[in-house]
Each structure stands twice: as structure tokens, then as C-alpha cells.
Ligand binder design. Structure first.
Ligand SMILES: *[C@@H]1O[C@H](CO)[C@@H](O)[C@H](O)[C@H]1NC(C)=O
Ligand SMILES: *[C@@H]1O[C@H](CO)[C@@H](O)[C@H](O)[C@H]1NC(C)=O
Ligand SMILES: *[C@@H]1O[C@H](CO)[C@@H](O)[C@H](O)[C@H]1NC(C)=O
Ligand SMILES: *[C@@H]1O[C@H](CO)[C@@H](O)[C@H](O)[C@H]1NC(C)=O
Length: 440
């Protein structure tokens, strides 16, 4: 979940920390859409899963990003979901968490919570994210700072009526996040202290975390092997099984969201849903506490036809033009990160973006003139456009069906989609929900 938020927005935040009403605009435009109504799709029959209790496959969740001007709370199709995370809130230099858009915006927190409750969906607030994790370490480093942070969360929950709080720290005790993230070997231990203290303040609120495919680092900088105490305080974790390969950080074209990697070439076994479930259960979480994070987007790569196509088929793990960055769909942009450092576009295409760019037909099948393939190891598709020389590693109905069956077979808690608004005509959502229900 990498995205570019303009640095001006973040500089404003520390001064607005006390009141979550600062008005921020998203990266892409100055146009503010005025919704004609706040609720959508009334009559949903979904039932919110109760905090602290999941049965296999019971969580059906998505993250709603609050910064799109052309996809606001009014656009959310709630039917079939029982949780929705408001993305959301970020850390600040003063140790207080802050919501990034104001109450009067079309995607303000009050509008979101009201619409969620009207649709019988449990509203969760997400704190952090790729650009929002800068001050987690400093906010949790001392007892006094944790108190400041916890007070801000309690206030957010009480002000807006969120029924869950989710932490998306990218990443504790690691240099893999933004270059200006505060950081300490004690991050994971301090994170646990904060969660235990927060649980005492909010015993009836669902606590969760979005996590990388490998467990958070311990004080030695290696993946933790015992997270049992986290499993006692968190209801569940969502495994962010995406961005495993991408054009801005990988050397070869590989799957964005591999179901398995044990069958991949040894050098490309960098993580998957299968390996993540093994690692997180070995570290002390039960399968019933693991939600599989699934992407509605793919990563684009600049690659010549000669490198992309071998014997009339798409090459496997080919090298690409690492100096040429692909501009994805209209939600993608170059720009400064939260540290103020210029970043290229991510090359990400949402499913609707692959359709509007001509890679796929409206039913999600590969368009004529494009070359497609399906990798049986990662259980994910690729598509190549010979005109633009762009290959995209993405997800489709077939890969989401495989992911849904995996959730059911492994007895996982359910799925979480990044992001709400990325799908097209519910092609992905319908595939995964049918598979979770059908094979259980
Ligand atoms: C959890 O939910 C299931 C299904 O709704 C229910 O049967 C079970 O009693 C619940 N367990 C607890 C501990 O609440
Ligand atoms: C969101 O809703 C607005 C207002 O109804 C509509 O004009 C717009 O096309 C919708 N956007 C998407 C992405 O569906
Ligand atoms: C505690 O928070 C303050 C800001 O409120 C910050 O200046 C300080 O560096 C933090 N302490 C640590 C040890 O990170
Ligand atoms: C939590 O829920 C229990 C049981 O419904 C209730 O007795 C208790 O007062 C609640 N605690 C808080 C802090 O809301």
C-alpha cells in the first residue's frame, strides 16, 4: 500500500494534532466532489463479526482510502462486507495519531462511520500506512509518549464511534520503510506495551494489525519467532501479501501477490501467502487470527517485447528496464514521499485501470492484441502490452478464487482487500467470497 501523499499535507499535521479536523487534499487534484447522499446500498444483510471472535472465513473486509476525490464514502458498495477500515490516520511528531481529512470532506470520518453503521458494517480506523508510520517508533518509545498516543486513539474512537482500531506500522525495527521513519531495536517490544495499555482503555474495541509477510523484527533485527503476547491482545492480523515484487524495488518481474513461492526459482522465494501463514502461526498466532490481505491492483514494469516474450509465451521472472518507471492508472502519480523525497510513480494499475488502459476486457479477460499468462506456482496472472512495452503482474477472478479456497482450506479468518474502489464490477470480490463460502 504505497502511495504518494503531498509533503505539504504532512507538514500541516503536527499543528492540527489536537483536533482531527484539518483539511487536506489528496495527491491528484484540487477538485472536491460533493456527494448527493452519504449512505449507499441500503438493505445489506451482512452481520458485523463480533470483536474478539472469528470463525473461519468470517471476516470480509476492505480498506477505504480517504484521499480519492473521485471515489468517496458515497461510492462505497457495502454489500457483502462485515468490516471496513477507514484509511485513515497517521502518526505525528507530537506522538498523537491524527485523521488526515476533515469532518466536512466527502470522505470525512463521521460520514464514513455513519454509512458503515447504516449498512451493518463494523467501522475500523487504520493508523499508519507506508507514509503514515514515520513517528510510530518515537510515539511508543516511552511510557509518557504511549499515553499521549493512546489518548488520541481513545478520543478518535469516542468522537467518531469506530468499533475497531488497526495498526499498519511499516515496519517495526526495520529499515524497509520510509527513509525518515523513527526507529529503534525496541520497536516491537514497545508496540506490545502500547497495545496492552490500549486494550485496558478500550476493552470492547477490536484491535488488529496489518502485517508484512515475515513477522516483525525482534531486537536483533530478525523476524520474531514468538509473538504469543501479541496474539493475546490483537483479535487478528491482516497479512499484507502484496508488493512482494514491484518495479521500483525489484530486479525482475515477479508476482505482486503470490499464493505460494516454494515452487518458484530459489532466488525468487521472497514470500507468499503460504510462507506467511507458516511463519505467523509458528510465531504464535492461530490460523483463525490470520486475515489474508489481497490486492485489487497489479504492478507494471517497463520491458521490451524481446525480453517479455519467449517462444510466443510470457517469460518467467524476466529482467526489465529498471531505469524506466511506468505510470499506472489515474490513481498513480510521481511525487514527494512523507520525508519530502521525490519518488517515481508506483506503476500500479487497479483492476479498473487495467480495463481502461486496454490490457483487459470489461469482463476481466485479456484483451485482443495483449499477451496474457497464468503462473501456476504463484497462482497469479500477467499481461503484456506490446504497444506500450509494459508487463503487469496482477490478480484476476482465477487468482482470487485460488486465494479464497486457500483461506477456507487453511481455516483463516477471512480476507481484506486493498483497496475498496480498486475492483471492477465486483469481479474480484465475487470470486473470493464465492470460493471462501463454496469450499468451506
Ligand atoms: C464465536 O462465534 C461463533 C459463530 O458466530 C459462535 O458460535 C461462538 O459461540 C462464538 N464464540 C465466542 C467465544 O463468543
Ligand atoms: C462516485 O460517485 C459519484 C457521484 O455519484 C459519481 O459521479 C462517480 O462516477 C463515482 N465514482 C466511481 C469511481 O464510481
Ligand atoms: C516522545 O515524544 C516527543 C514528542 O511528543 C518526542 O520529541 C520524543 O523524541 C519522543 N521520545 C522518544 C524517546 O522518541
Ligand atoms: C465492555 O463490555 C462489557 C460487557 O458488555 C461491559 O460490562 C463494560 O462496561 C464495557 N466496558 C467499557 C469500557 O465500555
Amino acid at each position: 500500500m504505497k502511495f504518494a501523499l503531498p509533503i505539504v499535507s504532512l507538514l500541516v499535521l503536527p499543528f492540527a494534532a489536537a483536533a482531527p479536523t484539518c483539511s487536506l487534499k489528496s495527491a491528484s487534484s484540487g477538485v472536491v466532489t460533493t456527494p448527493t447522499s452519504t449512505g449507499s446500498t441500503p438493505g445489506s444483510t451482512s452481520t458485523p463479526a463480533s470483536p474478539g471472535n472469528t470463525t473461519s472465513g468470517s471476516i470480509s473486509m476492505a480498506w477505504f482510502a480517504n484521499w480519492h476525490t473521485d471515489y468517496t464514502v458515497a461510492n462505497i458498495s457495502w454489500k457483502g462486507y462485515n468490516r471496513m477500515a477507514y484509511f485513515g490516520a497517521i502518526t505525528s511528531a507530537s506522538s498523537a495519531a491524527v485523521i488526515t481529512v476533515g469532518d466536512n470532506e466527502p470522505s470525512g470520518p463521521a460520514t464514513f462511520v455513519a454509512a458503515a453503521k447504516q449498512n451493518n458494517v463494523l467501522p475500523v480506523v487504520t493508523v499508519g500506512g507506508w507514509d503514515g508510520s514515520v513517528y510510530f517508533s518515537s510515539s511508543f518509545a516511552t511510557s509518557g509518549n504511549r499515553t499521549t498516543f493512546i489518548n488520541s486513539i481513545v478520543s478518535m474512537v469516542n468522537t467518531y464511534g469506530f468499533q475497531g482500531v488497526e495498526f499498519d506500522w511499516e515496519y517495526p525495527g526495520s529499515t524497509n520503510g520510509l527513509s525518515c521513519n523513527t526507529e529503534s531495536p525496541q520497536d516491537t517490544a514497545n508496540f506490545l506495551s502500547m497495545l496492552q495499555e490500549l486494550k485496558q482503555q478500550l476493552p470492547n474495541v477490536s484491535l488488529s494489525a496489518a502485517v508484512p509477510v515475515k513477522p516483525w523484527n525482534d531486537a536483533t533485527g530478525n523476524p520474531s519467532t514468538d509473538l504469543t503476547s501479541f496474539a493475546q491482545v490483537l483479535d487478528y492480523v491482516e497479512i499484507m501479501n502484496y508488493d512482494v515484487f514491484g518495479d521500483t524495488f525489484s530486479k525482475v518481474v515477479g508476482p505482486n501477490s503470490p499464493l505460494d513461492d516454494s515452487c518458484a526459482p530459489a532466488a525468487e522465494q521472497t514470500g507468499s501467502a503460504t510462507s506467511a501463514v507458516k511463519l505467523w502461526t509458528a510465531a504464535g498466532f492461530s490460523a483463525k487470527q490470520l486475515v489474508l490481505g489481497v490486492p485489487s491492483y497489479g504492478h507494471g514494469y517497463s520491458i521490451s517485447s524481446a525480453a517479455a516474450i519467449l517462444s510466443n509465451a510470457l517469460a518467467s521472472y524476466p529482467t526489465f528496464n529498471t531505469n524506466t518507471f511506468v505510470l499506472g492508472d489515474s490513481w498513480d502519480a510521481a511525487g514527494p514521499d512523507a520525508c519530502g523525497i521525490s519518488q517515481p510513480p508506483s506503476g500500479d494499475f487497479n483492476l479498473w485501470g487495467l480495463i481502461s488502459a486496454g490490457f483487459l476486457n470489461e469482463d476481466g479477460t485479456v484483451a485482443s492484441g495483449m499477451t496474457g499468462s497464468y503462473d501456476e506456482c504463484s497462482q497469479t496472472p500477467y499481461v503484456f502490452n506490446p504497444n506500450t512495452q509494459v508487463m503487469v503482474a496482477y490478480d484476476n477472478a482465477q487468482s482470487f478464487t485460488a486465494k479464497g479456497s486457500f483461506i477456507s482450506q487453511q481455516g483463516l479468518a477471512g480476507f481484506a482487500l486493498w483497496e475498496m474502489g480498486g475492483d471492477y464490477n465486483n469481479i474480484l470480490f465475487n470470486a473470493i467470497t464465492s470460493a471462501v463460502a463454496g469450499s468451506s
